[in-house]
Design a protein around this ligand. Structure first.
Ligand code: SAM
Length: 295
């Protein structure tokens, strides 16, 4: 966040929905996600209760916290998660199709230098193996970063190194909950930018669309190119697609000048949320909707 962005963002109203302590929000995703959206859940609940959509679509799913929460809290009947990254996609496919197998492997796995070297080097022989590999690397890489060149946790993250984020029982419980709801969760491996216009034309306002695109503003909270393998999309085109349709969307972005300009150009509403990240840096996030919901 640059000083300039923080100043410009002040022009938008501060959201009336308070930032919650993330520890009070149930963590439902087995994946750790850089820039995860747990803090946003109170806004999501209010948005979905207010607009009452048939279905939720999440075109940039990542850890898919919003889809999982919406279905498990019965805020929507069903959700569709879309993700382009093949490793993350393999995880979601195996979580939905082979959850029991993943849970069994989680119980048997001990993250050591040797076991992690083995899983890193051996090509997976099935979607389930590929999904398990993604989960293991996500939980043992520093900060959950899966992009090429990411390093393993060493002494950091509470001093337990490789095991510091490997909680077999918790992970198995989260996977069991996903399996229980698998008839209401769908996963599509593909380009959210290509799927979005089809959804907008087909569903109109009956679909709620949650968008948390990869954003790479220099100095932003998510220095995207380091965090995600797929970190570049056409943000202006995304805003244009949403503006061209009568749509019910909620988007989050860093409060960067380029994004603020796009919000204004299309007459969208934005509310500002200010919070501290895990490193005690002050962050300014925008919650962008088609109509004013949080002002
Ligand atoms: C900011 S993250 C989403 C984090 C998610 N909201 C969470 O709480 O875990 C953006 C995700 O979009 C994915 N992505 C990037 N470009 C995409 C595209 N064109 N279509 C679908 N997914 C894409 C990235 O791989 C990444 O997983």
């Amino acid at each position: 966040m640059t000083a300039q962005a923080a100043t410009v963002a002040v022009d938008f109203p501060v959201s009336r929905v308070p930032v919650v302590n993330v520890a009070t929000v149930p963590q439902r995703s087995p994946l750790r996600y850089p820039g995860g959206k747990t803090w946003l859940i109170p806004h999501i609940r209010e948005w979905l209760r207010h607009t009452g959509p048939e279905i939720l679509i999440e075109p940039f799913a990542g850890g898919a916290i919003v889809s999982l929460t919406a279905v498990m809290e019965n805020l929507v009947r069903s959700a569709v998660m879309v993700e382009i990254d093949r490793d993350v996609a393999a995880f979601w496919r195996s979580a939905l199709e082979s959850g029991a197998t993943l849970r069994e492997w989680i119980g048997q796995f001990d993250p050591t230098i040797e076991s992690l070297q083995k899983i890193t080097q051996e090509p997976p022989k099935s979607v389930a193996e590929h999904g398990f590999k993604t989960l293991v690397l996500n939980r043992t890489h520093r900060g959950g970063v899966l992009a090429r060149g990411a390093s393993f946790s060493k002494s950091g993250e509470n001093g337990k190194g490789l095991r510091s984020r490997w909680y077999p029982e918790t992970l198995a419980k989260r996977l069991a909950a996903i399996q229980e709801h698998s008839d209401r969760l769908s996963f599509v491996e593909g380009d959210g930018m290509k799927l979005l216009p089809i959804v907008l034309r087909g569903w109109g306002r009956d679909a709620a669309i949650f968008l948390d695109p990869p954003y790479t503003a220099a100095g932003g909270k998510r220095a995207g190119s380091r965090l995600y393998e797929h970190s570049s999309i056409d943000h202006a085109a995304l805003f244009g697609m949403l503006a061209d349709h009568d749509s019910n969307f909620l988007m989050t972005y860093d409060a960067a000048p380029k994004i603020i300009e796009l919000v204004r150009r299309h007459g969208f509403s934005a509310a500002v949320l200010s919070m501290k990240n895990g490193h005690h840096n002050q962050l300014v996030e925008l919650v962008i909707t088609s109509e004013p919901l949080f002002a």
